[in-house]
Write a protein that binds this ligand. Structure first.
Ligand code: 5GP
Ligand code: MN
Length: 337
């Protein structure tokens, strides 16, 4: 079944000569890694390729080759195909995808989020895949296209970051085989691990320190917030809560963790994590966001306290529901992004 789907996706790409590839706003290492991994590969094959993201490439992805080639304002002339990567709903593509201007152009939706709304003309959604980048390795193989060192590097970055450095419960034999395949193509695992997990600006450490002072624990649910005031104090303007929420969720006494971040645009970005046995994706989905059972998020336009109250109440319900289904246990594995 899935093989048929990959072949259908491959055929759409083979038949196209001008392609727009997009990923989700507030992009992470898998979104940008996938965008570049497929984009560079299709460029190399002689196609006209535009790589687009509605938000700027975050500092945490600027070690990837050719990230400067990603645009926030793509043209739509003579386009044969749009490919959406790692994005669970069409709004999350942001301004780079304007459906009214693209009515005659098919969109192929390639993603691994359980909450994907299947908005494409063709939808290849593999919720078992640890990262969209992992799906793309199969796709590039099906296309029969060569994998350059640069594309392999970007795809390995996606797989590495969505598995939190190969620590999540979906780090399967197939994932590790894909890692070996990408390393044989020249992708530098040690360097990528170092950049993604061993280095960060001091302002991020200071921001976490400030947020951790206000850590709340309600039952086995922990939460904290990054206010605009904290951001200004430490001089950090980017989204920096993913690492913090993962860290909070690593406490033995915590099953579900959330970080509420006051964004520059006035919205509150919510990052949620859970240990295996708990599911937070439905809470995020109900609030207009999405994600995976153990790593999800949403953005809400309301005052911080209101958002906090609403989300924490829903998380308590989700915790209770999971509790009714599974015995209380905490596995050493963590969530995936
Ligand atoms: P993070 O907390 O690292 O920003 O996101 C965790 C997971 O939830 C990622 O897979 C991310 O794509 C998803 N996610 C976060 N925020 C949103 C959102 O506003 N909408 C949707 N659909 N997914 C989100
Ligand atoms: Mn992903």
């Amino acid at each position: 079944m899935e093989t048929i789907l990959i072949k259908q996706v491959a055929k759409q790409i083979t038949d196209a000569s001008s392609v727009l590839i997009c990923c989700h706003i507030a992009p992470d290492g898998d979104a940008i890694g996938s965008l570049l991994g497929l984009g560079l590969t299709l460029q190399q094959s002689g196609r006209q390729v535009t790589m687009a993201c509605g938000d700027p490439v975050p500092l945490s992805c600027r070690h990837l080759p050719h990230w400067e080639g990603i645009t926030a304002s793509p043209g739509y002339d003579e386009l044969d195909l749009v490919i959406s990567l790692d994005c669970s709903d069409v709004e999350r593509l942001g301004n780079v995808y304007e459906p009214s201007k693209l009515t005659h152009v098919p969109i192929v939706n390639i993603d691994h989020h359980a909450t994907n709304t299947r908005f494409g003309h063709l939808n290849w959604i593999d919720t078992e895949a640890a990262a969209t980048a992992q799906m793309l390795v199969r796709l590039i193989d099906t296309l029969g296209l060569p994998l350059t060192v640069e594309a392999a590097t970007c795809l390995l970055n996606g797989l590495l970051t969505d598995t939190l450095g190969f620590r999540t419960s979906n780090t399967t034999v197939e994932v590790m085989e894909t890692v070996a395949y990408l390393m044989r193509a020249g992708a530098p695992l040690a360097a990528l691990t170092d950049i993604n997990y061993n280095r960060r600006p001091i302002s991020v450490v200071q921001m976490w320190a400030a947020a951790l002072q206000e850590l709340h624990l309600e039952g086995r649910i922990a939460w904290t917030q990054i206010t605009r005031d904290i951001r200004q104090r430490v001089g950090y303007t980017e989204n920096g809560s993913s690492g913090l929420v993962n860290f909070i969720c690593s406490a033995d006494e915590v099953d579900i963790a959330a970080v509420f971040e006051e964004a520059e645009n006035g919205q509150v970005n919510v990052s949620i994590r859970a240990v295996p046995g708990f599911n937070v994706s439905q809470v995020a989905f109900a609030l207009g966001g999405g994600g995976h059972p153990q790593a999800a998020g949403c953005s809400l336009s309301a005052p911080l306290e209101q958002v906090r109250e609403r989300v924490v109440t829903l998380l308590k319900q989700a915790w209770q529901e999971s509790q009714n289904l599974t015995p209380l246990s905490k596995s050493p594995t963590m969530a995936y992004e």
